[in-house]
Write a protein that binds this ligand. Sequence first.
Ligand code: 5RP
Length: 319
Amino acid sequence: MADISTSAADKKDKEYFTNVPQEAPGFFLKGSHQYDWGLKNRLSKVFNPKDGRTVMLAFDHGYFQGPTTGLERVDQTILPLEPYADCLMLTRGIQRSVIPASTQKAIALRASGGTSMVSPMEEWEGEIDGKKFKMGRPGFEPLSNESTALTIEEAIRLNACVLAVQVFVGSAYERQSLKNMTDLVDAASRYGIGVMGVVAVGRAMARNAQYFRLATRIMAELGANVVKCYYTEDGFDTITSCCPVPIVIAGGKKLPELDALKMCASAIKEGASGVDMGRNIFQSDAPVAMMQAVRGVVHEGLTADQGYAMYQDLKAKKK
Ligand code: 5RP
């Protein structure tokens, strides 16, 4: 029965087994033990085999919003963070133009796109109390009208470990974005490259556990090897529990540093396999300090308060 059902026939309580970790016999990463060698090896570069977790640094925002605050000069702001990341999530344009080919970091390559923040809205004209107004047609979401944005040969040339594709469950272009993802899974799996489905949240979609359970599970069922979604205050452990592959959280809009670290710590405690964060790191007052604090929380088991103390200390020392 669908998770959104409210019918009388669907009264049986859900059982998420949030206290029982899913087994991955013979391999450290959730849901990945039956993959081929090459894909396992690439995922082992993204996720640290010692703890099964990752700190991915996301700075692909320019693919639809141009020079985002903090990313005006990626060479100046992101390269100092590179040593502290396990994986770099980026576009091919930035990878070729800015990232040294000598990097040892795993690459999560943006593989969908084709729209922008200023994609034209389909407008309609309405009238209330005799006053005319223009607005976007309900349900029309130009940002979700993406295509795949690179070939598998290009992903191989750029030595990608995973391909990142935006999926807009519940949007006007849901079907197309899911087809983008399954096309990439078909192509990438031929070469042992992973696919990370990224839950994109449109204006009409609720950021709650019910929505993220639905979206993350659909992506995993359709072949995503990793899923990225937002943290929810309520029921995040039910999202990670019923998604059979690793979940990493996006950071979302910039928060005060302590709040961002609390979010990371809670997500890890509730079953996330790591973070794929951008703005909460590169828009911080002290990005290098924040990056190390996030790393401390994800990999070293620091509490949010300990991570924050580390951030303040490193910030004071300008490290
Ligand atoms: C772009 C993305 C971003 O990489 C993602 O949202 C992570 O960045 P942030 O932590 O700034 O939300 O997927 O759509």
